[in-house]
Design a protein around this ligand. Structure first.
Ligand code: NG6
Ligand code: CA
Length: 507
């Protein structure tokens, strides 16, 4: 028995080695958490939470201490990742409702289409939040397109927007999963549709209380008030406790089915975005409320993926990237213990701000890359950004990107692969306003707005005066040096303006 298993193992190993030897193309799994902060993992210094599986991945990885999403919220951040274009260049890339039309162009290079062109089988499993179809008014009961499959993914298993937005259903390729056609789905973000109770009318039906003043009190699904109204599709509605396991199962299925050819998987986890409603076995495990529990569930998920990759003999030829779409938030709409059971945990790590903010914790996120035998494990201070995936993988895969596509994506493969400690020298960060980082200097443009986003209790970073920080000496952005260095302020303000005006590429 043992020898049969050994022979089987050798066969697996040989078959996968030969695929890589033949193609020279490593598999790539890009894992993106949702709202996970720089300080949320023990490998990034968390002490109140332990994430052993991601720590193990980090030990075999290059771990970046200056890794960024393009923006401090989801839709723009993922738009940047997919298109290689700064999202603030394009109207309509803010946080999308669940019925929005697709905002990714179907005729331009995207991260998945680059892999597809290079001969990969490409898939997405998880959160999408980049719109579906050509218009808001759409028939959810038929073929829904364009969507992920039209922008480069051969396979998709997604939910349309966020876990707190209707419709709370899965789509596999173009169709809603488990939809009973005799109970058609309707979605509306303006007015109530159907007779399902809402959180506003029936708070007594809620198993998770919505935070006062933060909405999340429209159609109730699975005892949770959502943003938006929906009716019908009762058999297709997800159970939040099963969400993560469903995505894991589909991701593993995709990996299994494609283990004999190069594949690219964008695994877009929903944790720890609200509503945090982890599987029952994780509830109460962290002692930090459901947010902490959701992070433990996420950590377990990563462990399961790593186990699968190892058991398929793919560890040596699979690049795993783990990161987050934006910084952390505690109360983002539900009273789930994230605030009351925080226990001095610091989701933003040493940085100021968080989700929605232009301060560092808005976009500076966990960022680790593993490629055993090829990328030397360690820590890198290089400034890297998710927007650079497209150009960097184009270099690795020897692909050319047509002129004008992915216009803001820089080739930083040398930094991603650990050959260089220098990544970008310039990065524009994006919250509700812009900032620019050049080397260790960060300039935040003056803006109008609240100093604190009071509902979520996060510093916005907005000020009517220009701000200048030396991130090397002052990573926590405590000392505004603008008055002391007016020449630097001018230089960076001019540079930001120049980049803003440079509309090269598509719009
Ligand atoms: C906000 C929601 C928040 C969350 C966020 C999107 C309110 C008051 N808040 O508008 O709960 O859904 O949008 O998060 O509605 S993101 O990670 O997808 O950007
Ligand atoms: Ca997010």
């Amino acid at each position: 028995m043992a020898s049969t298993r050994f022979a089987f193992f050798c066969l697996l190993l040989l078959s996968s080695i030969s695929v890589y030897a033949q193609t020279g193309k490593p598999n790539v799994i890009f894992i993106c958490a949702d709202d996970l902060g720089y300080g949320d993992l023990s490998c990034y210094g968390a002490t109140k939470l332990h994430t052993p599986n991601i720590d193990k991945l980090a030990q075999q990885s290059l771990r970046f201490t200056n890794g960024h999403a393009t923006s401090s919220t989801c839709t723009p951040s993922r738009y940047g990742l997919m298109t290689g274009q700064y999202p603030w260049r394009k109207q309509g890339t803010g946080i999308l409702p669940g019925d929005a039309a697709l905002i990714i162009p179907t005729d331009k290079t995207t991260l998945p289409s680059l892999f597809r062109k290079a001969g990969y089988h490409t898939g997405i499993v998880g959160k999408w939040h980049l719109g579906l179809g050509t218009q808001v008014e759409k028939n959810w009961n038929g073929n829904i397109q364009p969507g992920p499959n039209e922008v480069g993914f051969d396979y998709s298993f997604i939910f349309p927007a966020t876990a707190d937005r209707v419709p709370t259903v899965f789509l596999e390729n173009h169709n809603i999963v488990a939809l009973d056609k005799s109970d058609p789905i309707k979605v509306n973000y303006e007015e109530k549709v159907g007779n399902d109770p809402t959180g506003k009318e029936h708070p007594e039906l809620l198993k998770l209380r919505s935070s006062p003043g933060q909405g999340h009190d429209q159609t109730i699904v699975n005892g949770i008030g959502r943003i938006g109204y929906m009716s019908g599709g009762h058999t297709a509605r997800w159970t939040d406790e099963e969400l993560s396991l469903t995505f894991l199962t589909k991701a593993q299925q995709f990996i299994h089915e494609n283990s004999k050819q190069p594949f690219f998987l964008y695994f877009a986890l929903t944790e720890p975005h609200v509503p945090r409603m982890p599987a029952t076995i994780f509830k109460g495990k962290s002692g930090l409320g459901f947010r902490g529990d959701a992070i433990l569930q996420l950590d377990w998920t990563i462990g399961e993926i790593m186990k699968q990759i190892a058991s398929l003999g793919l560890s040596g030829n699979t690049i795993i990237i783990f990161t987050s779409d934006n910084g952390p938030v505690l109360d983002d709409g539900y009273q789930d213990g994230a605030v009351t059971q925080l226990n001095d945990h610091t989701p933003s790590g040493p940085f100021r701000g968080g989700k929605y903010s232009i301060l560092e914790a808005g976009t500076r996120v966990p960022f680790i890359i593993s490629w055993p035998g090829k990328i030397k494990p360690g820590i890198s201070p290089a400034m890297v950004c998710q927007i650079d995936m497209t150009s960097s993988f184009a270099t690795l895969l020897r692909q050319t990107i047509p002129a004008g596509d992915a216009p803001d994506s820089e080739d930083t493969w040398a930094a991603f692969s650990g050959k260089s400690k220098k990544g970008r020298t310039i990065l524009v960060e994006h919250g509700s306003i812009l900032s620019i980082v050049q080397n260790h200097w960060k300039y935040i443009e003056p803006g109008k707005g609240p100093k604190i986003f009071s509902k979520v209790d996060i510093e916005s970073g907005i000020d009517e005066q220009p701000q200048l920080y030396d991130l090397d000496k002052d990573p926590g952005e405590k000392n505004n040096l603008a008055a002391a260095h007016p020449e630097k302020v001018k230089e960076l303000a001019d540079l930001l303006q120049k980049i803003r005006n440079n509309q090269a590429g598509f719009r």
